[in-house]
Write a protein that binds this ligand. Structure first.
Ligand SMILES: [Zn+2]
Length: 62
């Protein structure tokens, strides 16, 4: 796989593994959790967590 840097998915960090001959080589790094979805407890509706739809990781409430 090869990407130009500007085409990388902004939801993830990307690690450059390019060489002089092939500079546009990238490995997917950590998820940036850009669009977490709130998770509400039942039945009281407390906002208890956030869930990242990109990597399915549960994130703490700020
Ligand atoms: Zn994530």
């Amino acid at each position: 796989m090869s990407y130009a840097e500007e085409n990388l998915d902004p939801r993830w960090e990307w690690i450059s593994v390019g060489t002089v001959d092939e500079p546009d080589q990238w490995v997917k790094g950590h998820c940036r959790h850009l669009e977490p979805t709130p998770v509400y407890a039942h039945p009281n509706g407390d906002h208890v967590a956030n869930l990242c739809p990109d990597c399915d990781k549960q994130l703490p409430v700020d």
